[in-house]
Structure formats: structure tokens, C-alpha cells
Write a protein that binds this ligand. Structure first.
Ligand SMILES: *Cc1c(COP(=O)(O)O)cnc(C)c1O
Length: 230
């Protein structure tokens, strides 16, 4: 996509975040924007970086690591792994990413902890929560959350920062509100119990306004920055 187009799209997304934040009586700086660049070329990432974007999300290990290694000259860029992670692919993620948002298995958490290089800061992690109990979706159930939180908190090379949630796609507005409110409640409960929890990653291109209304502190936006994926 044209550099100018990506810069324009970013301006629009930032304006939506600002507007939604104001409506919710929150400061726009309380919501972090992660630009989801999966399947998009490194030129598109460089264009977004030039337009001030610093946090990027990738879903596939090899694609993500290739991009990270091609863009090491872009200082202070932060890479978030947001896709499904298999246990035989944890090492490159532990070595190259700053964040993992899709943590949902202790086996994966343990491997990431052991494989995180000691010279790097702890890996910043979010637990992926399957809030609507959708069988097709990754993430742990609410019932499993407390035990999983305790286990992850024991791992010194991981720093648990909060939750990542993908609520049901395109529900009726009232159903969406129930689901988003539920995310907010679970997040606030977790925050009360654990001092370092500060991140609710909730909201994408289609639903970032609702997410911000219900307390999201991080939105993951792909399509509305980089265009549709093929
Ligand atoms: C692809 C993806 C996104 C971005 O979705 P858009 O609808 O393109 O904004 C956000 N989060 C996750 C986990 C994704 O896989």
C-alpha cells in the first residue's frame, strides 16, 4: 500500500481512539495502538513506523521473525506475537518478540520462560481468555484463569501484564455489550489481585470503539491501517 495511504489510515485510527476515549472520559494515551501487520510487506511496516507507529503485531512465527530481522534498524520498535503458538516454535518467539499476547497453555509459558535470553528484559505476556467459550477459539476459560495466573506469576522471565480477548464476532449490539462488560469485569478483578496487571488487549478494526468504552487499554488494528488481507 502507498506510504501516504498508511499514514492517512493511521491518522484516522488514532482519531477514532481519541474520540472513543473522550466519550468514555478517558485520556487517549490510556489506549495503546498495536498495528497488526500479518501478511503485509515490510515496506508497509516501515511506512507506519515513519508515521510514528511503534507497536506491531504478528501472527506467524517465521513471518514475524523474518520481518523483525529485516527491520532491526528501526530502533524502539516493539513486536507483539498475537497468533496461535505451537510448543515447538516457542524459542524464536522468546528470542525476538517483546510481547506475547496469546498465552493460553502452561507448557508454552514454561518453554518461553526457559528460552527467554537472560540479557533481555522479561517477556511481557498477556493471557488469552476465551470469554464467550467459543469452541473454535483459542484461549483459556474463565474457570481456568486463577490457576493459570498463579502459575505464570511463578515464571521469572515472564512478566504478566494482563489479558487479551477476542469476543464473539458480529453479535447483536446488546450481546456485544454483555461480552465486553464481562471482559472489563474480569480484568478489573485481576487488577485488584495483582499489582502489575495494567493491560486489557481488546478491540480490533471493527469494534475498537466498544472495546474502549469497556476499558480496553490496547487495541489491535490490522485492516483499517494496512487494508484488507488476501
Ligand atoms: C488479525 C488480528 C487482528 C487484526 O484484525 P483486523 O480486523 O484486521 O483489525 C487483531 N487481533 C488478532 C489476534 C488478530 O489475529
Amino acid at each position: 500500500m502507498l506510504h501516504a495511504t498508511i499514514a492517512d489510515q493511521l491518522i484516522k485510527v488514532r482519531a477514532r481512539i481519541k474520540h472513543a476515549s473522550e466519550k468514555a472520559n478517558r485520556s487517549a494515551t490510556s489506549v495503546q495502538l498495536v498495528a497488526v501487520s500479518k501478511t503485509k510487506p515490510i515496506n508497509d511496516i516501515a511506512a507506519a513506523y515513519a508515521a510514528g507507529q511503534r507497536h506491531f503485531g504478528e501472527n506467524y512465527v517465521q513471518e514475524g521473525v523474518d520481518k523483525i530481522q529485516s527491520l532491526t534498524h528501526l530502533k524502539d520498535i516493539k513486536w507483539h506475537f498475537i497468533g496461535e503458538l505451537q510448543s515447538n516454535k516457542t524459542r524464536p518467539v522468546a528470542e525476538h518478540f517483546t510481547w506475547v499476547q496469546s498465552l493460553d497453555r502452561l507448557r508454552i509459558a514454561t518453554r518461553l520462560n526457559n528460552q527467554r535470553p537472560k540479557h533481555l528484559p522479561p517477556l511481557q505476556v498477556l493471557i488469552q481468555l476465551n470469554i464467550d467459550n467459543e469452541p473454535s477459539k483459542a484461549g483459556i476459560s474463565l474457570a481456568e484463569l486463577p490457576e493459570f495466573v498463579s502459575a505464570v506469576n511463578q515464571l521469572p522471565q515472564l512478566e504478566l501484564r494482563g489479558l487479551m480477548v477476542i469476543p464473539m464476532a458480529n453479535p447483536a449490539p446488546d450481546k456485544q455489550a454483555v461480552s465486553f462488560r464481562h471482559c472489563q469485569q474480569v480484568f478489573e478483578d485481576l487488577q485488584q489481585q495483582h499489582a502489575r496487571i495494567d493491560t486489557l488487549s481488546l478491540g480490533m478494526s471493527n469494534d475498537l470503539e466498544a472495546a474502549i468504552q469497556y476499558g480496553s487499554t490496547m487495541v489491535r488494528v490490522g485492516t483499517d491501517i494496512f487494508g484488507t488481507r488476501t
